[in-house]
Ligand binder design. Structure first.
Ligand code: SAH
Ligand code: DHB
Ligand code: MG
Length: 225
């Protein structure tokens, strides 16, 4: 029991859903194995969360998707598969090794020609995109450093339009976000982000609990007209 939740039960239920609804995928599995072999941390979204990202994105019939935090391209692949035929995905990553592993994995998954990995600190890249007056994105997934989340939300809103769907990972952190006095910069960043979801008049939002090795959360927000 952690925070009053039987974690073992949540893990078994997550596995039950995955066995029913998320069949094993050779390209995704090889990508995770290659990322591990290259020394990348084991922190990609779960198969069930990847399927959820794909489905929510698909509902938006997206021509342009933005991801902040690429790692080895696991969530990127799920999202890229939701693109409309001529659609494009831009994913932002600070670590050149992660970007290199991701490009290889995306190519193997057959989405390499639809995805552009931009290397650098995400806030800087996003500001450059604003200056270049890039067209708005249809779907955005925020999943980089947790301290940066409030700033990523601000910049993302400026790269959005009415109807853009914005999602963000890791909003519950095993329940650590319940600690309002936390001095952990990650928890503080996520708590500030979650508070913004509640007060931002341009957004209609919810946070869903999602399970990986522990309880975490994914937000889904719709940018209002
Ligand atoms: N979305 C991925 C997981 C991302 S993990 C998936 O689910 O498959 C977070 C990633 O954000 C890491 O690769 C890390 O290097 C990257 N990151 C951390 N700080 C960053 C920053 N300031 N700008 C861009 N990327 C950053
Ligand atoms: C962690 C998990 C994530 O999904 C992520 O994007 C970053 C870090 C973690 O468990 O540390
Ligand atoms: Mg994450």
């Amino acid at each position: 029991m952690a925070n009053g939740v039987d974690a073992g039960l949540l893990v078994r239920v997550d596995r039950y859903i995955e066995e029913l609804l998320v069949p094993p995928d050779a390209a995704l599995q090889k990508g995770l194995a290659d990322a591990a072999a290259a020394g990348l941390p084991d922190i990609a979204v779960s198969p069930n969360e990847g399927k959820l990202l794909y489905l929510v994105a698909r509902l938006a019939r997206p021509g342009r998707i933005l991801e902040i935090g690429t790692l080895g391209g696991y969530s990127t692949t799920w999202l890229a598969r939701a693109l409309e035929p001529a659609g494009r995905l831009v994913t932002l990553e600070i670590d050149p090794l992660h970007a290199e592993v991701a490009r290889r994995n995306l190519k193997r998954a057959g989405v390499g020609d639809r995805v552009e990995v931009r290397v650098g600190p995400a806030a800087r890249t996003l500001r450059a995109m604003l200056e270049a007056r890039e067209p708005p994105f249809d779907v955005v997934f925020i999943d980089a450093d947790k301290e940066g989340y409030p700033e990523y939300l601000d910049l993302t809103l400026r790269l959005s339009r009415a109807g853009t769907v914005i999602m963000a990972d890791n909003l519950i952190r095993g329940g650590r976000v319940l600690n309002r006095g936390s001095t952990d910069p990650d928890v503080r960043g996520v708590r500030a982000f979650n508070a913004r979801l509640g007060t931002e008049p341009r957004l209609d939002s919810i946070i869903l609990p999602v399970m990986r090795d522990r309880l975490d959360g994914l937000s889904i927000s719709l940018v209002r007209a």
